[in-house]
Every structure is written in structure tokens, then in C-alpha cells.
Design a protein around this ligand. Structure first.
Ligand code: TYM
Length: 335
């Protein structure tokens, strides 16, 4: 029998989900991944504890993220949707991978360095879990024997680390893990902040005027796009270096309409028209998700049941893989 690909991906409930999350990841999960493979999608709540957090907010955002994934079109009949903290295997395996990774390797992670700078600038101490975060992420993936991990461009380095850890573990202790690969979208793999098109549109950024949230009201989303920073000059060219603002809008419009950014660049004579069309496309993309989210919020027991069934299936898949890794690394099975 042909091997059905296993897909795993996750999203962190540290803020409201953004257009970047949608175009960079969620849309692939909904439109292709859940139809073509055995796919698991996880709201990685443990990862939300790596920076200063408010317990009630994490709880609220976790439920909101799950509800939004369902609203965006993940179908629990086709894929497995669950919360990371409901399946103990993630943290069980993370420890073994901490015994596989090195301190130097962890400190080289770009996101770690960026987040340390942000925490220190805010006068907060850095949690140890921020350093070990990519190991927990590797455990998320390796526990399920995932072949493919559909993510945005910012996760590419974490995926490389995951592969390195899988290969190293397998070489030392025998073939315990599938070595996964990252799958990035062709356009909009890195949606940039509308106010600062040289930095990523990120859900945990404090300044929100350059971030479109999936739950923004239509007029709010429209205003954010219309006020996007564009570049000096007036020609519309697709060039990330010379015209980062315009290029970002072209990427967003291309991703929303299924066209090519380069081809779109040729179709616009002014920034104004490009902004208007991008705003329309973004509003139309988000509208059905927001409406379905409101419907699903009226029935929290449905979401609870999805999570219960999802965790049960996920546990059943992860348990044998993680148990085998415990044996391989030299731990005695309980009598
Ligand atoms: P997170 O929660 O930051 O983002 C979730 C997904 O959205 C993508 N993404 C973007 N894509 C394009 N443009 C953007 N501006 C943008 N912002 C976010 C991310 O690349 C990601 O695919 N560490 C991960 C969560 C995680 C995970 C995992 C992912 C934990 N364990 C295992 C895959 C597999 C993260 O912080 O994603």
C-alpha cells in the first residue's frame, strides 16, 4: 500500500491570528493539505508560555485560534485538530531532544536572538523555555513522524534544526524518526508589516496599525491596507529591495487572487489603485472566515468535542513513536 504522507503544523496562541498566518500557512492547510494527506494541526499553547503571558489571555486565545482554524475551513472529519497541552508526548519527547541538541545550536536561532532583544528592551527576564522552544517544536513534529511541515518562511531555520536533530538521533540510537521537510507557499511566504515592510507581520507585535487580523472588521482591515507605507517614486515594481512596501502589497494581492505578483505589477500605474484592489481582496478573503467564526462561537461544545477527539487521536499516534525513542536512547521500560 502506498504510504500516505503525514503532515503536521502548528500555530502559537500569543496574539490574534493575522493575514500573515493565513496566507503563509493556514490557507495551504485548508485548501490542499487536509485533502491530500493525513494531516494534524495543533494550537501550540505550551509555546505561548515562553514569553511574559497572562493565563486568562492564553486560554482565551487558544480557544479563539482553534475556532478560527475551523472557521477557515479545517474539517475535523478530514484532519486532526488539537491542543498541544492535551497530549503529554510533546514534552516527553522534548526532553530527549534537549539531550540531543547543543547549547550553541539553540543560541544561533534567529527568532531566539530577536525575542531576547525584545524581552530585554521591555525590561523583562528571558525564560529558559525561550531558548529551548525550537526543541519543543522539533518534538511536536517528530512525535508524529511527519513527512511535511507546511509553514511560512520564518520557520525555515527551526525546520532545519528539526531535521538535524532527527538525523543525529537516528544515527546515534537507531532509526526512530522520520526526517521531515518544510513546505513553503510560493507567494506570501513572508507577509510584511504594512507600516514597516522590512519586518514580518507578526501577531505579538505591540503596534498593530500595520497588521491585519483575521477578525478585523471590514472597515478596519480596509483602512490598514489603504494606509500601508509605500515607497518613494510612483512606479509599481516587484522588487523587494527597492520597493518593499509595494512588493508586499503585490504579494498579498497575488496570494488573494491566485495571480502572479510580477504580472500584477505590470497591470498597475499607481499606488492608489493597487491599494484599493488589495484592500478589496483582503476584505473579501477575511469576510467568510469572520462570519463562520461568529457562528462557531455560538456553539462552544462543538469546539470542545473537536478538541477531545483530536487529542485522543493525536495521543494514539504519538505514544508509540515517543515510547520507542525512550527505549532507543537507553531508558528502561517500566515493568
Ligand atoms: P506562528 O504561530 O508564529 O505562525 C504560524 C504559521 O504562520 C506563519 N506565519 C507567516 N507566514 C507568512 N507571513 C507572515 N508574516 C507570517 N507570520 C507567521 C508561520 O511561518 C507559521 O507557519 N514556532 C511556530 C509554531 C510551531 C510549529 C510547530 C509550526 C510550534 N510547533 C511545529 C510547525 C510545526 C510559530 O511560532 O508559528
Amino acid at each position: 500500500m502506498a504510504h500516505t504522507a503525514r503532515i503536521f503544523s502548528g500555530i502559537k496562541p500569543t496574539g490574534h491570528l493575522t493575514l500573515g498566518n493565513y496566507l503563509g500557512a493556514i490557507r495551504q492547510w485548508v485548501e490542499t493539505d487536509q485533502h491530500r494527506a493525513d494531516a494534524l494541526f495543533c494550537v501550540v499553547d505550551l509555546h505561548a508560555l515562553t514569553v511574559d503571558h497572562d493565563p486568562a489571555r492564553v486560554r482565551r486565545l487558544s480557544r479563539q485560534a482553534v475556532t478560527l482554524l475551523l472557521a477557515a475551513g479545517l474539517d475535523p472529519e478530514r484532519c486532526t485538530v488539537f491542543l498541544q497541552s492535551h497530549v503529554d508526548e510533546h514534552t516527553r519527547l522534548a526532553y530527549l531532544l534537549e539531550c540531543t541538541a547543543t547549547d550553541g545550536e539553540m543560541r544561533r536561532m534567529i527568532q531566539y536572538k530577536e525575542k531576547v532583544a525584545r524581552e530585554q528592551a521591555a525590561g523583562r527576564s528571558v525564560r529558559l523555555s525561550l531558548l529551548t522552544y525550537p526543541v519543543l517544536m522539533a518534538a511536536d513534529i517528530l512525535a508524529y513522524g511527519a513527512d511535511e511541515v507546511p509553514v511560512g518562511d520564518d520557520q525555515a531555520q527551526h525546520l532545519e534544526l528539526t531535521r538535524d536533530l532527527a538525523v543525529r538521533f537516528n544515527q546515534r540510537y537507531g532509526p526512530a524518526f522520520t526526517v521531515p521537510r518544510a513546505v513553503l507557499p510560493k507567494v506570501a511566504a513572508r507577509v510584511m508589516d504594512l507600516q514597516d515592510p522590512t519586518s514580518k507581520m507578526g501577531k505579538s507585535h505591540a503596534e498593530s496599525s500595520g497588521i491585519v487580523y483575521l477578525l478585523d472588521e471590514a472597515d478596519v482591515a480596509r483602512r490598514k491596507v489603504m494606509r500601508a507605507v509605500t515607497d518613494s517614486g510612483s512606479e509599481v515594481t516587484y522588487d523587494r529591495e527597492a520597493q518593499p512596501g509595494v512588493t508586499n502589497l503585490l504579494e498579498i494581492l497575488a496570494a488573494c487572487t491566485g495571480r502572479q505578483p510580477l504580472e500584477l505589477a505590470g497591470a498597475y500605474a499607481s499606488y492608489g489603485a493597487l491599494k484599493r484592489d488589495t484592500a478589496d481582496a483582503v476584505v473579501e478573503l477575511c469576510r467568510p472566515v469572520r462570519e463562520r467564526h461568529a457562528q462557531l462561537c455560538a456553539d462552544p461544545s462543538y469546539v470542545d468535542e473537536v478538541l477531545r477527539a483530536g487529542a485522543e487521536r493525536a495521543r494514539g499516534l504519538a505514544r508509540p513513536t515517543v515510547d520507542a525513542a525512550y527505549r532507543a536512547i537507553g531508558l528502561m521500560p517500566p515493568a
